[in-house]
Design a protein around this ligand. Structure first.
Ligand SMILES: Nc1nc2c(ncn2[C@@H]2O[C@H](COP(=O)(O)OP(=O)(O)OP(=O)(O)O)[C@@H](O)[C@H]2O)c(=O)[nH]1
Ligand SMILES: [Mg+2]
Length: 426
């Protein structure tokens, strides 16, 4: 049983790399138990070798090149560097075609990692069935403004579901391009127009929608005041990685006893709840993916003197402010938390700040805040321990596509781009 964290393309790979930074014990502090590498596994795909070489936390055996001639090439394969040179020059339609041509190779890759049909070398031998529970959940990270990730990610989602007979739940975490004005392309030093990136984003979202259970939006326009061409993506990636790490992995690394927590019925969430919160549909009917935005707020639970002297200098935590801040830091522009349909959130705090007591996080207050925002009465709140003197709140708000002005804006920019180029080549 594994959770897969897949990165497709440069942006997707970079975010997965940031998530697997959390394997250092010092970051998780006191828990002798586990870290993310015992629960999840990274897997990245890219057409550009250099992007793969930039990853620090994804071993070469979990890196795959996508090349027109050679298909999927494992990072450890001799000659990898010569085979994976291409890139798709911001063209997702090309990437889509190449990946479609090599779709069966994805099954081979998954079999090599999770067992299954390929394990039987001899025809006479009984073919072991694929362990359909091998991958319970997959998070697929991808930047939609480019070619590679945008074009290949729908095939990856479909391939994983095929591998497990549709048992795996897949959540796509998609980076929306900054569509304000021209955007520097740091790969070619040329200008990739905002219109082209919007067109790519629409192309990718439309295809992903048919393959995945939920979609989380990470909008680069949220950081458009930064000079992202200069590599400031790093901090944003870390922010997104921290939020996902908390909400996906946190509850399993550090569960708290339900009876300790006031104001929440079951202060337990798991990944299944995240997927449910991110999709719409009643049991029996086919569900469709919702669109989520994620946010994280954090505050110190001790003053500086409290770090030096135990039991001194505990700070009061303003729970309402922490909840509001988390929702206002969500990863999407032009999204009003009051338009959200559902929400799931995770509070993490040291044990001294959970349960009754004047310094504790008021989970009931946070839940009420989210319930006031959401139109459906579906708010799920989990509580987990933190080994550091920090209290954090991660909120994942789910919207219907039609309620998000930002997606309308991207559609309009994509339409305009299409018209412009049609006129150009008419
Ligand atoms: N948030 C974030 N965005 C990124 C990062 N790297 C690139 N982007 C943006 O993500 C979008 C897709 O770009 P890439 O990920 O470089 O594209 P790709 O999937 O590698 O595809 P190619 O065009 O073939 O290189 C663009 O809008 C980029 O500006 C990153 O590390 N973090
Ligand atoms: Mg690239």
């Amino acid at each position: 049983m594994t959770y897969l964290f897949i990165g497709a393309g440069q942006a997707g790979g970079a975010i997965v790399d940031a998530i697997f930074e959390y394997t250092d014990d010092s970051m998780l502090g006191l828990f002798e138990s586990t870290d993310i590498s015992t629960l999840g596994r990274p897997l990245v795909f890219n057409s550009t070798m250099r992007d793969l070489q930039n990853l620090s936390n994804v071993p070469a055996e979990d890196q795959y090149g996508v090349a027109q001639q050679h298909g999927l090439v494992q990072g450890t394969e001799p000659g990898f560097e010569e085979m994976v040179t291409g890139g798709f020059g911001r063209n997702p339609v090309d990437a889509d075609e190449v990946m479609a041509d090599h779709a069966d190779e994805l099954q081979t890759v998954l079999e090599s990692k999770f067992g299954g049909r390929a394990a039987a070398a001899d025809e006479e031998e009984e073919v072991p069935a694929t362990d359909t529970d091998a991958i319970q959940f997959a998070f697929l990270f991808v930047g939609l403004g480019g070619g590679t990730g945008c074009g290949i990610s729908p095939h990856i989602a479909r391939g994983i579901k095929e591998f497990t007979d549709d048992r795996t739940k897949v959540v796509a975490v998609t980076v929306l391009p900054n569509t304000r004005g021209g955007v520097e392309d740091h790969e070619t030093d040329g200008e990739v127009s905002a219109g082209r990136q919007a067109w790519n984003a629409r192309y990718g979202l439309d295809r992903l929608e048919d393959e995945v259970d939920g979609i989380v939006l990470v909008d680069n326009q949220r950081i458009s005041y930064l000079d992202s061409a200069g590599g400031e993506f790093g901090e944003y990636n870390e922010y997104v990685a921290a939020a996902f790490h908390d909400i996906v992995v946190g509850p399993m690394l550090s569960n708290v006893n339900a009876s300790e927590v006031d104001g929440v019925d079951t202060p337990d969430i798991d990944v299944r709840d995240i997927v449910t919160s991110l999709s719409f549909g009643v049991a029996g009917e086919e569900s469709r993916p919702g669109y989520g935005a994620i946010g994280r707020s954090v505050t110190m639970t001790r003053s500086l003197s409290g770090y030096l002297l135990p039991f001194v200098g505990r700070r009061d935590i303003d729970s309402a402010a922490l909840a509001r801040l988390s929702a206002s830091k969500q990863s999407l522009v032009k999204a009003d938390p009051n338009d959200a349909q559902k929400a799931i959130a995770l509070v993490r705090a040291p044990s001294a700040n959970i349960g009754p007591g004047s310094h504790s996080v008021e989970t009931g207050t946070i839940k009420e805040y989210l319930e006031r925002s959401c139109r459906l009465n579906e708010v799920n709140l989990g509580v987990a321990l933190s080994g550091r003197s920090l209290a954090s709140v991660v909120t994942l708000l789910t919207y219907r596509r039609e309620d998000l002005d930002r997606l309308d804006e991207i559609e309009a920019a994509a339409d305009a781009y299409e018209q412009e180029t049609e006129e150009l080549f008419a």
